[in-house]
Ligand binder design. Structure first.
Ligand code: NAD
Length: 433
């Protein structure tokens, strides 16, 4: 089977490489020439653990290639995945321009039956819209189907998530399209991955509902963390006590500086906007977004309170990526925090194992260090924003000695408060008694 993947970003490249690992022939296409040149030269355009090895292996085996030409990717492909970005527009709705551009291009090249599949996260109704676009644009009356196959991978664990997902969702009505996609995902079927086969609209909504629910869990525990501080309780014990109930589950009950990243904030906004357009206010989703904004402001207030104001303070930030094991800084909590610190008159120093280059494009005035110890030098406060493993085992007395001040703001509750205090820090965590 020949497969085309259009859009070679975090989702498209992982999808292409993993499908090639399943044994099919994959052509990944992107309009970004620099990205494709990098990939053709064996270099990864972003950091994702294990991806370079997988791409190298499948490309060497002749099952994965890269192109900037749409025709080269889609000609002869039975399945075309659309994995381009759907960034937020000003009103929160998903920008569908790129997805629609691809659908138009695919239609113009259509010369045999194809299944065109949205892997990008797209609002309900997009599949139907793409079907209409392709039907109107195709040159002859060539048959095709449109399907939805939302992606649930987590950056930082993307390959594992793709090769061993909790479920595969396929939205389609055509038995032929369903059969082809089931065949493509046969290796997952063999390891007993649950398949949810449904209509396109439902598949599209499953993706948004899932992300909104995850965001809800995070905002819920963040609000509990704030309450814990008021009443003298420990949010970790609360999360543990709650999470051991199988109906609740322990995942996504980690308090912190608010959720960020390329998906949760934008998907939550798009879902709220979708509902509004259908005359409905999603009260819970609206509250989740408000709580998240408040949590980000609360993190900044904590630092400002600990320093007695931000003006002329020097603040060191550990971790810029929106989570560990990625270089993705889209909507990262560190962005809001650094912007707030700078607006308050502070000087910011920062380090991240992988995300400095991406972050520096938006914050060139930040002083970037080569490691945590260099960042700590002369700082009034050190703030842990992203819980990379290498930050868990830092030498706290050495960090404290490098600093001018003594505030350690641990926004991920990574450090033992007693140990941090023993190292000479004034320790501030999230929701810890
Ligand atoms: P990304 O920005 O990393 O990649 C998108 C790629 O599409 C870019 O390389 C861009 O150059 C390319 N592109 C845009 N328009 C194009 C066109 N007309 N033709 C060819 N290429 C084009 O984005 P991403 O993080 O991979 O996300 C892609 C989609 O998957 C989004 O809808 C996102 O919501 C969804 N998603 C992302 C994740 C994640 O963790 N990143 C997880 C699940 C779903």
């Amino acid at each position: 089977m020949n497969v085309a993947v259009i859009g070679t970003g975090y989702v498209g490249l992982v999808t292409g490489a993993c499908l090639a690992e399943f044994g099919v022939q994959v052509t990944c296409m992107d309009r970004d020439e620099a990205k494709i040149a990098q990939l053709q030269a064996g270099r990864m355009p972003f950091y994702e653990p294990g991806l370079r090895e997988l791409v190298e292996r499948t490309a060497r085996a002749g099952r994965l290639r890269f192109t900037t030409r749409l025709s080269e990717a889609v000609d002869g492909a039975l399945v075309v995945f659309i994995a381009v970005g759907t960034p937020p527009r000003g009103d929160g709705s998903a920008e569908l321009r790129y997805v629609e551009e691809v659908a138009q291009g695919v239609a113009e090249h259509l010369d045999g039956y194809q299944v065109i599949v949205t892997k990008s996260t797209v609002p309900v109704g997009t599949g139907a819209r793409l079907r209409a676009i392709i039907a109107a644009r195709r040159r002859e009356r060539v048959e095709f189907d449109v399907a939805s196959n939302p992606e649930f991978l987590r950056e930082g664990a993307a390959i594992e998530d793709f090769l061993r997902p909790n479920r595969v969702v396929i939205g389609a009505t055509s038995p032929q399209a369903i059969a082809i996609l089931k065949d493509l995902y046969r290796p997952l079927y063999l390891i007993e991955t649950p398949f949810v086969i449904t209509d396109i609209e439902t598949a599209e909504l499953i993706k948004y509902a899932s992300n909104a629910f995850l965001a809800t869990k995070i905002s819920f525990i963040n609000e509990m963390a704030r309450l814990c501080e008021r009443v003298g309780a420990d949010v970790h014990q609360v999360a543990l006590g709650m999470g051991l109930d199988n109906r609740i589950g322990r995942k996504f009950l980690h308090p912190g500086p608010g959720f960020g990243g390329s998906c949760l904030p934008k998907d939550l906004a798009a879902l709220r906007e979708l509902a509004r357009r259908h005359g409905l206010t999603l009260e819970i989703a609206e509250a989740v977004a408000r709580v998240n904004a408040a949590q980000q402001a609360w993190a900044l207030d904590k630092i400002a309170a600990g320093l007695d104001g931000l003006a002329r303070r020097s603040v060191g930030i550990l971790g810029l990526a929106y989570k560990p094991n990625t270089d993705d800084v889209r909507d990262a909590p560190a962005q809001a925090l650094v912007a707030g610190l700078v607006a308050g008159g502070a000087t910011v120093r920062a380090y991240d194992p992988e995300a400095v280059a991406a972050f520096a494009r938006q914050f060139p005035a930040v002083i970037y260090g080569k490691d945590a110890y260099e960042v700590a030098r002369g700082c009034d406060a050190l703030v842990l924003v992203t819980e990379w493993n290498e930050f868990r085992s830092l030498d706290l007395p050495r960090l404290r000695a490098a600093m001018q001040g003594d505030l350690l703001c641990d926004l991920r509750n990574v450090y033992e408060p007693a140990k941090a205090r023993a190292a000479g820090f004034r320790y501030v965590g999230v929701g810890r008694a």
